[in-house]
Design a protein. Sequence first.
Length: 307
Amino acid sequence: MDYSSILLGNLDKAAPIILVLLGYFLKQTGAVKKEAADHLINLVFYVFLPASIFHSLLLLQITKELLLLPVAGFIISLSCYLFGYAIKGFLGMNGKTTGTFLIACGSTNQGLFSYPFFLLYMGTQGLSYVAFYDVGQIVLIFTLAYYFAIKYGETKAGISQMMPKMLSSPVLWAFAIALGINISGLTPAVAPIEPVITMLHNSTIPLIMIALGIFLEPRIKQSKAMAAAIFVRFGFSLVAAYILIFALNLRGLEMITVLVASSVPPAMFTLVYSVEEKLDVEYASALLSVCVAIGLVYTPLLFSFLL
């Protein structure tokens, strides 16, 4: 038995957690400040993540089953928003916490959490699949989630602000451009810049995971509301995903994508909207940290069970 290959394989799968712990250690020792995570996340969002999406979609074969993924993302996310809305009255929350809670229930952190896991466990094809799934739930983040932020917030911002935010997303632009190049058969035209794209793509996982480690500050805040949000994100969402898989008759990579992508921590937009609309920022920050900590264990276990 080749124990060295087994050890190296396990280290490879544990790499994201090791990088998160590295980021957390760097913050705890004072080597970097928490604000560094904001800068790293901005770099990832505007440069490295779009490069990874672009890289993964260029050669992807578009199938009918693949086009069902955004539909699945939309339906599962909507189900979580509606379930959260149905139970909010039982949790004793004030208006600000309610708004943050509802956003957290349906929004999922694909780009800054599940993307690196899909890339590690399923390669660039897996990244392409989760990117398709992500499109469905992103529509709701910029519409229904933003509506909840406005309804329960203080600033009462206009709905007209949603479209500029959505259309300016570099991840969506990278998705649309790469998909257009793929479908039109112009992939050879981007060959000269492919080495740069690949280099940026290869840096995505470590940057995201170190940033998550710096951001991580797990603590309990609004325990009933936090427990309910955790249940929706990791429990109810998985049940909804199983039901939808049978309804759509999904198999293989499509099935794995829907199951894993449905049950990940809330999107960073939970915190962004909470800050912008003056919702419960402390609850948002605490919930995201706890959910990321849970997800770092939950997601690899789910992949190990499904693959």
